[in-house]
Design a protein around this ligand. Structure first.
Ligand code: KG4
Ligand code: ZN
Length: 337
């Protein structure tokens, strides 16, 4: 019987301590995520010092649980992988150091993985039918990147945000509205009860002849609108504000992606990152891509947000291409794809 490749991956780039084991990259044997949201929520966002301390506390039990769930012992693994950027440096260092120490002690190969590439590859888990070349929109708390993906490992960036990331805009507006953290799911919930055509917020860059994004002007427009309403003593309709803001972000994201689809000969469109879990965004993509007959994919909810399964999938492709990392690989908080 053919031996399969089993990889343990660790992900600690922000505020989730995660470990997963994959079998030949796409078959996920375990996917454990310990969320720190309860500790950061009271501050309205991630506190880097708390995040790295919590990673130190959670990393050992999370890795142990991933192995138990996968029903594997350390010596049955073929390689150890970890995210080495981008992210919070203190957080990255915990998972990266733990993975390198494990690889060294076990005498197994170590593989460093780019977190954003992980988000993209989350699409390929259990969706073997995805055809390349494709257009990928990655929308997370720190990134908004549009890329042309020729095949595994071969992609070019068409455009990215010039200021805030899409998820960051959701988080900032949610904080401004007093909704809490993380902002995306809370805005989405309010938006469901609101009218997305109630307020005509601007859609910066939407007609510009490039693939770049900008969300800071939209954010300022929402904040100005709130000030204005307050000055006039008008009660804020949070549902309408959330729905209209969300629709403006969605219009920008979908328009730019469709422009890329029109101008490139692609066989599918994929969505990646935490914002990809937004149901209204998924629905708008499905609706607008119907006419062009371009299949559209997004990862399932638990694979949209931060997890280690996506890191183990990338590590598998690196493993079969012999792309191993040195044990002196450092964390790179600004790592690009
Ligand atoms: O990919 P991710 O988990 O972490 C990063 O790599 O940043 O993305 C987190 C971001 C946060 O900004 C969060 O507000 C946003 O994804 N997000 C959402 C939704 N769920 C998470 N944004 C909009 N709608 C959602 N349902
Ligand atoms: Zn992420």
């Amino acid at each position: 019987m053919k031996e399969t490749i089993k990889i343990l991956a660790i992900e600690t780039s922000c505020d989730e301590t995660a470990a997963a084991v994959s079998d030949d990259g796409l078959n996920i044997l375990s996917n454990i995520v310990a969320s720190q949201i309860d500790w950061h929520q009271r501050y309205g966002g991630v506190v880097p010092e708390i995040a790295s301390r919590k990673h130190m506390e959670f990393i050992k039990p999370v890795v142990e649980e991933a192995l138990i769930k996968a029903d594997l012992k350390l010596d049955q693994l073929d390689a150890i992988a970890a995210t080495y950027g981008p992210g919070l440096v203190g957080s990255l260092l915990v998972g990266l150091s733990y993975a390198k120490a494990l690889a060294f002690a076990l005498g197994k190969p170590f593989i460093g993985v780019n977190h954003i590439v992980g988000h993209i590859y989350a699409n390929f888990i259990s969706k073997k039918e995805i055809k390349t070349p494709l257009i990928c929109l990655t929308v997370s708390g720190g990134h908004t990147d549009l890329l042309f993906f020729k095949e595994y490992g071969d992609y070019i960036i068409l455009g990215r945000t010039q200021d805030d990331a899409a998820g960051e805009a959701f988080d900032k507006i949610a904080r401004y509205l007093g909704l809490g953290y993380p902002g995306g799911p809370l805005i989405e919930k309010k938006a469901k009860k609101g009218n997305e055509n109630a307020i005509d917020f601007p859609r910066p860059f939407i007609d510009k002849d490039n693939y770049n994004f900008s969300f800071s002007g939209l954010k300022t427009a929402v904040i100005n609108y709130i000030h204005n309403q307050k000055q006039k003593n008008i009660d804020l309709n949070l549902n309408n504000i959330a729905a209209s803001f969300q629709k403006a972000v969605i219009d920008i994201l979908v328009n730019k992606t469709l422009k890329a689809v029109k101008e490139h000969n692609v066989k599918s469109v994929i969505l990646a990152g935490g914002v990809a879990s937004n149901k209204r965004l998924q629905e708008e993509f499905k609706k607008r891509l119907k006419d062009s007959n371009t299949p559209f994919y997004h990862p399932k909810l638990e694979l949209c947000t931060d997890n280690a399964a996506m890191i183990s999938t990338v590590a598998y492709y690196k493993y079969i291409n012999g792309e191993f990392s040195e044990l002196n690989l450092n964390a790179d908080p600004n790592l690009k794809i």
